[in-house]
Design a protein around this ligand. Structure first.
Ligand code: NOJ
Length: 491
């Protein structure tokens, strides 16, 4: 990529490496502005108490799959099934974070963020999914939480980021059974009782809409099932029930003041353009298109539209279950990457329509990741309006990039910076208009196992060499550190 460069160009290019030095000179701003962080202003600032963080998940980074009594998860099984992962890899070792967590906490600290969202591997804590706990499994998270706090970083724990204990899949069919929902509630209570002296914020399920549809409906993710719609909807109901039971258990077992909520990949709607009638249409679409997960969690009922659409395939449920599912949350986490639905007002029922997205619509390095920065403005704004939410976290946002090492050993991930700059500008627009977004977690801290794409798709602001486990800050790490230091965008 750099081969055609003249020496002068090259010198200029390597001069840019002064912009890195992230670990070496954490206090030095990336743009040469010598003022201390507290005196530096950004024309597009975030609220003073805005929470800046970064995020990862257990199976994607930990490795150590056979250590300290960890049970198998459905992703161990799936990744070891030939043909399931594009590059033939698995996460047996991944980032070896289980052993390198101290170094990794150092990377978080060097970004200047004050929060970190990680996930707890259920099969480390309950190797069989339920029954006897494995205290050594929870010990790892005790060590991690202590290390974070010692470095001034607030832990935000996610209880389920897709690594379901294989034992539950084998015994009861995983999410096909409400036994799994009950087991999840028990696991949530167990963890909350032991960590909530230090962990004040707990996300229940990560992207229920994704792991259920991809894993149980379309056979793409673990456990690779293709259930008919009726059975899929029943499993969907068990998933939201698990969320509700976890909220209940956390309220019962955790220290007072522990906050809890879901982290959902909201079906993200954007009005075709900004007119009141399209905005109203996008509100209606947001409610209906999210009825199976966020909707039932936040309303305690399935919408008439959802029940009508599914007809005889609608889930079976009781009033008591709906009450549990609809238990009050303290916040809502939204994972936002790409606009999913552009919505227009329509004269025909139900008053809105989904517009076809042209094949020429731009995308990032991951083909599914369409670039539409406005989605991070609209999705929280519409969600807050539809469900009257007062606290939203962007629990994930980020992009993959080619992320090749240059001849100077650096990664100039300008496409990621372009993406983040645009998305963060739209997020700032949202907070400045009073949309109640209280924090942002960049996905991801470092490259990791990107599920069916293996290690080929890199989402980190630190590059990881999976042979040597060396971590290198990409240019985007400097960009993000500067946004965090200024609490805003712009100079
Ligand atoms: C959302 C998922 O929660 C995370 O695990 C995944 O790596 C990112 N999207 C990027 O695809």
């Amino acid at each position: 990529m750099f081969s055609g460069f003249s020496r002068r160009h090259f010198a200029k290019l390597t001069g840019l490496s002064a912009f890195f030095g992230l670990a070496a000179t954490p206090a030095k701003p990336a743009d040469g502005d010598a003022r201390p962080a507290a005196e530096r202003h950004a024309p597009f600032p975030f609220p003073n108490d805005f929470v800046w963080g970064t995020a990862t998940s257990s199976y994607q980074i930990e490795g150590a799959v056979n250590e300290d009594g960890r049970g198998r998860s459905i992703w161990d099984t799936f990744a070891h099934t030939p043909g399931k992962i594009e590059d033939g890899s698995n996460a047996d070792r991944a980032n070896d974070h289980y052993h390198r967590y101290k170094e990794d906490v150092g990377l978080i600290r060097d970004l200047g963020v004050k929060a970190y969202r990680f996930s707890i591997a259920w099969p480390r804590v309950f190797p069989e999914g339920s029954g006897a706990a494995n205290p050594k499994g929870l010990d790892f998270y005790n060590r991690l939480v202590d290390e974070l706090l010692n470095n001034g970083i607030e832990p935000y724990a996610t209880l389920y980021h897709w690594d379901l204990p294989q034992a539950l899949q084998d015994r009861v069919g995983g999410w096909q059974s409400s036994d799994t929902s009950k087991a999840f509630g028990d696991y949530a209570g167990y963890v909350a009782e032991r960590l909530s002296d230090r962990v004040k914020n707990i996300f229940t399920l990560n992207e229920a809409g994704r792991f259920l549809n991809f894993g149980y409906g379309w056979g793409i993710d673990a456990p690779g099932l293709k259930l008919p719609l009726g059975e899929l909807n029943q499993a969907r109901h068990h998933v939201v029930l698990a969320h509700g039971l976890a909220v209940q258990a956390i309220r019962a077992k955790a220290r007072a003041g522990t906050k809890v909520g879901p982290a959902e990949n909201i079906a993200a709607c954007v009005p075709a353009f900004d007119t009141p009638e399209h905005v109203r249409a996008a509100e209606m679409a947001t409610r209906e298109l999210n009825a199976g997960f966020l909707g039932v969690i936040l309303e305690g009922k399935y919408t008439d539209g959802f029940l009508e659409f599914n007809g005889k395939d609608a889930p079976k449920f009781t009033a008591e279950e709906l009450k549990i599912i609809g238990a009050k949350n303290d916040f809502v986490g939204l994972n936002i990457y790409a606009p999913q639905f552009y919505i227009a007002a329509s004269d025909r029922k139900p008053g809105w329509s989904v517009l076809p997205i042209p094949a020429s619509f731009p995308h990032m390095n991951s083909e599914w990741l369409k670039v539409g920065p406005e989605v991070i403005y609209w999705a929280p704004r519409l969600a807050a309006k539809v469900w009257d939410i007062d606290t939203i976290y962007i629990s994930e946002n980020g992009t993959s990039s080619e992320d090749k090492l240059g001849p100077d050993g650096k990664v100039y991930d300008l496409d990621r910076i372009m993406y983040l700059r645009n998305y963060l500008s739209q997020l700032q627009r949202a907070t400045s208009e009073g949309v109640p977004v209280k924090g942002y977690f960049l996905w991801s801290l470092m490259d990791n196992f990107e599920w069916i794409f293996g290690f080929e798709k890199r989402f980190g602001v630190y590059r990881v060499d999976f042979e040597t486990q060396a971590r290198v800050a990409k240019l985007s790490a400097s960009f993000f550190r500067d946004v965090v230091a200024r609490n805003g965008i712009g100079v």
